[in-house]
Ligand binder design. Structure first.
Ligand SMILES: [Zn+2]
Length: 139
């Protein structure tokens, strides 16, 4: 996969992800270029997507639009991520891991759809990151 201009990555604040996103094979799987360049920006929250579910989806689209207009001349790509054993989701929705993952995947698809509608020129990719076994699942 070749990087498509400026990329906005939505991720959780979980510090384990700092290492995860640095790994070369992970960056390749996510379609990110070499880390040395400055054509990516991170939107980082507890739970990643969590603050942007429901009505606040529009706020996320607005933030992404702002970043792309400043750094990507209005073009670029969005990478949405959710991850396993996410403390943000676990705290908000006490549930079995499988139910939690279903919820995260539902949220990510809903947000991806909304961003696609709000910004038709922007490519949106979604991934579920299984930290424990180092697997990246494209959604
Ligand atoms: Zn998390």
């Amino acid at each position: 996969m070749t990087p498509a201009g400026f990329t906005v990555v939505l991720r959780c604040s979980d510090p384990r992800l700092d290492v995860f996103f640095e790994r070369e094979e992970h960056r390749g799987a996510l379609g990110l270029g070499p880390r040395s360049n400055s054509d990516e920006a991170y939107i980082c929250n507890v739970g990643g997507l969590l603050p942007f579910t429901g009505a606040r989806r529009a706020d996320l689209a607005e933030d992404i639009g702002t970043l792309l207009s400043i750094f990507g001349q209005g073009h670029g790509r969005v990478v949405l991520t959710a991850h396993s054993s996410c403390g943000g989701y676990e705290t908000r929705f006490p549930a079995a891991p499988s139910a939690l993952r279903s919820r995260q995947e539902h949220d990510i698809r809903e947000v991806a759809y909304h961003i696609g509608q709000a910004m038709p020129g922007v490519r949106v990719s979604s991934f579920y990151l299984q930290l424990e076994d180092d697997i990246i699942v494209a959604l």
